[in-house]
Design a protein around this ligand. Structure first.
Ligand SMILES: C[S@@+](CC[C@H](N)C(=O)[O-])C[C@H]1O[C@@H](n2cnc3c(N)ncnc32)[C@H](O)[C@@H]1O
Length: 289
């Protein structure tokens, strides 16, 4: 994997706008496409659709094929493709299923034709706006598309209630540079109000700039918002956090020892899916939850 400095906020060579601006544009395009035609107030769907496209982009080398295949698919076939994407993803990383499943209800629902067309229109908007550029290329380390998108989908009131204002990327990178001096493989990172993982991304930039691999570290993140945790899990795949990611949905004021609970919950979940053997069965298992 090529090493370069990250988090400067400057556009990569050949890119028209910097990655964070691109992420904000994507968020607006995706949210607008979802709400056009009276999209229901179900943020998990317009989050889950781009999460599916991002996961697909991480499974194959030629992302152009992913984009072309999804664009040309009928709305119904897009849902079938989405199920396959998660089946393969979960067969490789079953732990991710535990956190991501709040984004995937639409895969199992008996949606009417209008809803399926709306899902496809949202996917098309994400592809048209260049989602895969900021989730599969080196630019993925320079932004948090799902943080921007969750912010765009949440109402102003909800934003105030949970203080869901995520730290701007450049500030997060500056904080990481000051706070994290002793980086070495095996280190743990912990954020007990993790949101979609913006501070993890900043740490990843620093880790990679030192020639280290984020997948050699452990990552602990808690948040009371299950959609934020689901997005953090998708970001974990995009940013290459590796297999030791422990995410916890809950109130850390009530559960101050949440990191132990996160380990225990993950272990229990993995035990339950261990006997299932493949991703399709994991999907069936999620459907039954
Ligand atoms: C200001 S955001 C920070 C997110 C991230 N750390 C960042 O810097 O971008 C605060 C997050 O804390 C979460 N939160 C607020 N109160 C919480 C609580 N009692 N337990 C767990 N999470 C909480 C919110 O849902 C929100 O996602």
């Amino acid at each position: 994997m090529a090493r370069r400095k990250h988090g400067s906020g400057k556009a990569s060579r050949g890119n028209r706008i910097n990655a964070e601006a691109h992420a904000l544009t994507l968020a607006v395009e995706i949210a607008t496409a979802w709400h056009r035609g009276g999209g229901a107030d179900r943020p998990e769907v317009p989050l889950g659709v781009p999460a599916t496209i991002a996961a697909a982009g991480l499974l194959v080398d030629r992302t152009a094929d992913v984009a072309a295949g999804m664009k040309s698919a009928s709305p119904e076939s897009f849902i079938d493709i989405a199920r396959s994407v998660w089946a393969v993803t979960f067969s490789r990383r079953p732990d991710v299923a535990m956190s991501v499943y709040p984004l995937l209800g639409w895969l199992f629902a008996d949606a009417d034709g209008a809803s399926v067309r709306q899902i496809k229109a949202t996917a098309d908007a994400a592809l048209r706006a260049g989602l895969l550029e900021v989730t599969t290329t080196e630019r993925r380390f320079d932004c948090d598309v799902f943080g921007a998108l969750l912010g765009a989908l949440r109402s102003r009131t909800a934003t105030k209630v949970n203080a869901q204002m995520y730290t701007p990327g450049d500030i997060a990178c500056a904080l990481a540079a000051v706070a994290l001096d002793d980086l070495e493989p095996g280190r743990s990172f912990c954020d007990d109000a993790v949101g979609t993982g913006g501070l993890f991304r900043a740490a990843v930039c620093l880790i990679r700039s030192r020639g280290l691999d984020p997948a050699d570290m452990s990552w602990f993140g808690a948040d009371v918002d299950d959609l934020a945790i689901a997005a953090a899990a998708v970001n974990g795949l995009i940013w290459g956090l590796g297999p030791r990611v422990y995410l916890y949905v809950g109130d850390i004021l009530v559960h101050p020892h949440w990191s132990d609970e996160a380990r225990a919950r993950r272990a229990r979940f993995l035990e339950e899916v261990d006997s299932l053997n493949n991703g399709i069965k994991v999907l069936d298992f999620l459907k039954s939850l």
